[in-house]
Design a protein. Sequence first.
Length: 258
Amino acid sequence: MSRVLITGGASGLGAALAARCAARGDQVLVTDVTEPAVLPDGAAFQKLDITAEADWAAALERVRTEFGGLDMLVNNAGIAAGGRIDRLGAEHWQRVLSVNVLGAVHGCRTFAPLFKEQRGGRLVNVASAAGLVHAPAMSSYNASKAAVVALSETLRHELGPWGVRVSVVCPTFFRTNLAASMSGDDPMMEQVATKLINRAPLGADEIAARVLQAVGAGKFLIMPDRPARVAFWTKRLARVLYDRRMIATGTKIMESEQ
């Protein structure tokens, strides 16, 4: 049995991860800004705004008191974003970076001392394939998820000597309610992203199963779906083809504006 804290656990991938962890007998603390209508059997809930350090401190105190420690922190909470660079305002960028980047940073900062004390633990940061491959008209989301990938790689080497295993999860689109978090700065591109999410072949539960299997195997970079792996390796091994496809996408966006 593992002691697990999951952020953004009220819906989507977070809820799927919480359900699977609880089903295998883990002690699970589900956190989110709103309590889910139904919690997995045996799971507990705590309100947690990942941008609020006081909420993180309260979660740490509860974990220490009730769990006696923590075996796995899943920094899953985040928001979707998309849009052309000239359509995205400063407030949009501040919101995306505050939630997607600093939210994960707060979680890592809060629980790193506990993991060091324990001489072990698992830190799982949910990023996106957008952190590895960078399509046009997704600058804020790409930048935020690339930062999470960089943070994860840094902590893999920094915390590894303490026995802490770090994983970063980088899926492409899968069916979830993530599109609801978009801010509306560029409605045309947000409609495209929503369609891709809704039409994705895999759902959150399938992604969750693959993620937990990979985390259990000790993998660092987890690309749980084939499109993510194809995009990643195309960029690495066939850069000319990758650039050609990205430029073609950019051209379509340009043509839509004319």
